[in-house]
Design a binder for this molecule. Structure first.
Ligand SMILES: Cc1cc2nc3c(=O)[nH]c(=O)nc-3n(C[C@H](O)[C@H](O)[C@H](O)COP(=O)(O)OP(=O)(O)OC[C@H]3O[C@@H](n4cnc5c(N)ncnc54)[C@H](O)[C@@H]3O)c2cc1C
Length: 480
């Protein structure tokens, strides 16, 4: 039985439940102490969704936790524009009159673990598919699905995407598996690749199909209407925020001795007994955290089966909405596969578009440099909307500069890209291997290690935290 099958048998990967039933056995009826009796300390590396949740569950169980975050803020890839600073360190004055996201912007699944948390906080949200309609581009035409009717290229992409969970073909790329006409190539790339973190020539159809088939939550897409997503996440884990050591990148983890020695970027050392590493896949692959001894081949073999590519998010504000107030996403651009009408139901103005690009196209966009990238995006929108993008883009009244924000996630030294995806030879088993605990001391969480089919999302990060915590607890209850 492989590791994934074993985890599934233990209950991981079936539901991302909020309770860890097997832990209850350690709690004697009259025991006034914490659920887990443990004198040691568990370090959590990374203060994104996975790290915050893992630290929170462990703390709730009475385990002493210390959380290290490399950057100056918590949230990781859940990052809102309002909380960012410009190059001179000044807070970014909001582009729009509503929260705009630099990272995650959609909650997947109304019954998902992340949406349960958001609902518990009573945060205002809407079902995107009720309030908005997605548009799809083929050549220079943009239309809703219903208006494409029986167009054979549109149908080919739609049918391929809908059939992905049942994919039974070979271990080839999305591009090879779909085999669509050149006219449909950009739409395929947008719908079946960009939305999953890369490009159609890079993502493996088998691994992606397997993941999509494993998802258990519904297909609803939820939008938080008034609150920045990062504030929602950090507020839920406010207790962890108080304990987190910010600006503390861990550069080495030496687990060769009885205790684990963590060294941060300033050379300070901290001794702990167990560590959960939640740093993104690209950070692990780059070797930015040195492990002593080196990680076993079981873990590192997954590096050649899972990818994490370049990612750029651009926020553009216009004086006029020319793409439709009730538009949701606009899929299928050549330069930008995926635009989002970020103001939908959040603003009376609806005049902001976000552009999200992964993989090869993100590399190409980033290579243009910020200014040229924005000009190129406006030119692409002009092609569809008869010059209105350049005409109506908002400009600074003092210097006529375009008001926009481009965030290159690849250049964030502690993220280094978008999110993980299966390469042609990648599978859920690759993710299970990546997260294999090492000597009962080193554990792995984070979206790339999710085996519930939700990798690349906040749900995946949270589910991985539950799994890693359970593994830590089992290692405490049943030491090697
Ligand atoms: C542009 C973009 C759009 C997205 N859109 C969506 C969406 O709409 N919906 C959705 O559900 N998901 C979306 N995602 C994915 C989602 O954001 C991630 O899957 C999720 O937030 C990952 O959480 P994590 O805890 O695994 O990793 P992260 O959030 O990346 O957290 C890891 C943390 O580790 C820190 N770190 C790294 N190295 C070190 C070190 N050496 N020492 C200490 N700390 C370190 C990092 O600074 C970071 O804070 C999007 C991602 C991106 C980039």
């Amino acid at each position: 039985m492989n590791r994934r099958e074993l985890l599934k048998q233990l209950g991981f990967g079936l539901t991302a439940g909020m309770v860890l039933p097997s832990l209850m056995v350690s709690c004697a009826k009259d025991d006034p102490g914490p659920e887990i009796q443990y004198d040691g300390t568990v370090a959590v590396i990374g203060g994104g969704a996975a790290g915050l949740y893992a630290a929170d569950i462990l703390t709730a169980k009475g385990v002493n936790v210390v959380l290290f975050e490399a950057s100056g803020q918590l949230g990781g890839r859940v990052r809102s524009l309002r909380n960012q600073r410009d190059e001179s360190g000044l807070p970014i004055t909001s582009i729009a009159d509503f929260p705009v996201e630099v990272g995650a912007e959609i909650i997947y699944g109304s019954d998902s673990v992340w949406n349960q948390i958001v609902r518990n906080l009573n945060v205002a949200e809407v079902d995107l598919d009720v309030v908005a309609t997605d548009l799809y581009r083929l050549a220079n035409e943009v239309k809703a699905a219903a208006d494409w009717g029986n167009d054979s290229d549109f149908a080919a992409v739609r049918d391929f995407v809908e059939g992905l969970p049942n994919y039974s073909g070979g271990a080839v790329s999305i591009e090879a598996a779909a085999g669509v006409t050149p006219r449909a190539a950009n739409l395929l790339n947008a719908r079946a690749a960009n939305t999953f973190g890369s490009t159609a020539s890079r993502i493996g159809a088998k691994g992606l199909g397997e993941s999509l088939a494993a998802i258990e939550h519904d297909q609803k897409r939820i939008l938080v209407t008034r609150n920045p997503m990062q504030d929602v996440l950090v507020s839920r884990f406010a207790e962890m925020a108080k304990r987190a050591r910010l600006n503390t990148p861990i550069v080495s983890i030496n687990y060769s001795g009885a205790r684990i020695v963590l060294t941060d970027g300033s050379g300070n050392q901290t001794e702990v007994d167990k560590v959960i590493v939640t740093a993104p896949l690209a950070v692990l692959k780059a070797g930015d955290i040195a492990f002593t001894p080196g990680l076993p081949g079981t873990n590192t073999a997954a590096f050649s089966q899972l990818g994490m590519d370049a990612c750029v998010r651009v926020i553009l504000d216009f004086k006029k909405n020319f793409w439709g107030e009730d538009t949701g996403f606009i899929w299928g651009g050549n330069l930008v596969p995926q635009y989002f009408n970020a103001g939908v139901t959040r603003s009376q103005l609806y005049r902001t578009l976000t552009a999200t690009v992964y993989g090869v196209k993100a590399e190409q966009l980033a290579a243009l440099g910020s200014t040229n990238a924005i000009v190129a995006i406006l030119a692409e929108l002009d092609e569809i909307y008869a010059g209105q993008a350049t005409e109506f883009i908002r400009r600074d009244l003092n210097n006529n500069q375009i008001i926009s924000f481009l965030f290159n996630w690849t250049q964030d030294p502690y993220i280094k890209g978008g999110f993980s995806y299966p390469l042609v030879n990648g599978s859920l088993e690759s993710r299970a291997s990546l997260s294999t605990p090492v000597q009962g001391k080193v554990f792995f969480a984070g979206e790339a290690t999710d085996i519930t089919g939700n990798a690349g999302t906040i749900n995946g990060a949270l589910a991985s935290a539950e799994r890693a915590v359970e593994e830590v607890v089992q290692s405490i209850l049943n030491p090697i």
